[in-house]
Design a protein around this ligand. Sequence first.
Ligand code: SF4
Ligand code: SF4
Length: 331
Amino acid sequence: MKKTVSFSKNSINVFFHILTKCNLKCMHCYINPKQHGKNTLPIETILSWLTAFYDKRKKTNVIFLGGEPTLHKDLPVAIKKAKEMGYSSITVDTNGYLFNDILSKITNEDLDFLSFSLDGATKEINDKIRGAGSYDTCITGIEKAVSLGFQTSLIYTVNSENIDEFHLMVSLLKRLKIDRFFIQIIGIRGKSADTNSSRLQISVEKWQSIVPSVANKIADLGITVTYPKVFLKPDEVFECAGNVAENYFVFPNGRVYRCPLCEDFPVHGQVFDQDCLTKTPKLNETDFFKLNIPEGCVMNRLIQPGNISYDDDGRPAYKIACCMLKEEIKK
Ligand code: SF4
Ligand code: SF4
């Protein structure tokens, strides 16, 4: 069954970048050291910030990210302590290198999902995007995690380099015994905003002609597939997650955003000031969320207006959905 996953009012999602350091240099990396810092958070700070977001009245989920989060030697402590605090689900997003022998320091009881990133169905394409050796290492990491009983997911960022082999993911995901598959679309953030990398973008027509049908075939395997909605039909209501959901994108320099499209700009709505979460002065992202425009998402209109088209009367042909609105197929 395919459904749009509405924003939940009763859950909190903390996307926690515990460091920005990484061993890879992916073409589309969205980490921007000028905006996100270069530091690695001490474990004491990680635990203090986790405490700040935890709310026992709501389902609170944490996703540990980087850079590459397994480069942080205290990640296992952070995972176990988040569980003890009462976090409802704990996920680690990794490039598959699984540093610091992480799988020997945690169990599938500690972690709900280990989420791997692969950007090609073949070594040739993935390694062109993510770097030499990254395909084989990621596949080995997935196989090891699955054999140890971890629940796994795979994230694939569709772009002009890898869309033509996207259909090959059906057999690869089956072979790897992946539980969940997340499809993302290349955005204009971080390195993707450079002129060199903007060629990674794909047209709406290409996305629509390939992605939903392949997603359906993958779901036929019993894998839950999630992908961004991107366009709203005329009868669908636009909602900005910044107004109606509690998503926090936390960076090691203390910035806390509610919208991933804002992360390249100093418009964060909150900041950790000596471990105390405080609001930032106006103008910030929360002022953008209140703007009601016919194109839908305000930040999309500001930073990637090229993906909106207009009719002869100057009206947008469709609304752009919030980038966090997802379609989910589960069979
Ligand atoms: S693995 Fe992630 S953090 Fe590292 S370079 Fe690639 S996209 Fe960036
Ligand atoms: S992506 Fe657009 S709609 Fe979603 S939170 Fe950001 S500004 Fe709001």
